[in-house]
Design a protein around this ligand. Sequence first.
Ligand code: FES
Ligand code: FES
Length: 151
Amino acid sequence: MSVTLNVNGVDRQIDATPDTPILWAIRDHLEMTGTKFGCGMAQCGACTVHLNGQPIRSCVTPIMAAVGQKITTIEGVQSNVAKVVQAAWDTVQVPQCGYCQSGQIMSAIALLERNPKPTDADIDAAMSGNICRCATYVRIRSAIKSAAEQL
Ligand code: FES
Ligand code: FES
């Protein structure tokens, strides 16, 4: 069936069943591959996108939950916070293999959008669902703090 999803501010028609995970609508139907598949079980955060500004695990969220809502992917983040976060990621040179990083950045943006001056505990709580097999956690925290100082 045809489903309309608003992705990065644009209404897109997708021919898929309502229980199709948002991740596959984004990657396979819309060919936006910045959002990654890791575990498929809401355990790693690689698939993190925003739904109305809140970070969600797109691998376990069906497209029917997003009808009439706003999905934002790593390709579409444009806020000032997003620009500052991405610049901090560059400056700190956070990524190693890079696979988890779009999910990390989406969670970091959501954190700083709602809390521009997070404590270490706030950062831990917001980022705990995003796993990095390369263990870039120290640099992730450093980049978030750097971004927070600039906001
Ligand atoms: S792929 Fe969605 S949380 Fe791991
Ligand atoms: S940078 Fe390799 S998994 Fe995070």
